[in-house]
Design a protein around this ligand. Structure first.
Ligand code: HEC
Length: 97
């Protein structure tokens, strides 16, 4: 029984990690493969941002409470991401350097 629980835990952690990378795929065209670019020359470089900071920004875009001149564009990017997806992609970005 313990072994099964452990296997499930390992599997779900693995899934979450894969998720973040997969969720970041559509961000790469603007932010760069390793989040090293200023998106459309407008955003800050987000590579290595603390996960909590990225999460706050993304939730802010979704709610319309964060961002600059192009926040509408980012709202569209994260509109379909729920809290779990936002957390996963934010965690992934924090590992990029
Ligand atoms: C079409 C280009 C484009 C795509 C795709 C895109 N972004 Fe952005 N992103 C931008 C721009 C432009 C800004 C600056 C918006 C503003 O004015 O606040 C930005 C801002 C951000 C910021 C805040 C940085 C800052 O300057 O405050 C984060 C975090 C972010 N994006 C994450 C993501 C994530 C995660 C994805 C994928 C789900 C994504 N972006 C997809 C263009 C893009």
């Amino acid at each position: 029984m313990k072994k099964i629980a452990l296997a499930l835990l390992v599997a779900s952690v693995g899934l979450m990690a894969a998720d973040g990378a997969a969720l970041f795929k559509k961000c790469q065209s603007c932010h760069g493969a390793k989040a090293e670019k200023k998106a459309l020359n407008k955003s800050q470089v987000i590579a290595g941002w603390d996960a909590a900071k990225t999460e706050a920004a993304l939730k802010g875009y979704k709610a319309g409470t964060y961002g600059g001149a192009m926040k509408g564009l980012m709202k569209g990017q994260v509109a379909s991401y729920d809290d779990a997806k936002i957390a996963a992609v934010a965690k992934y970005i924090s590992t990029l350097k």
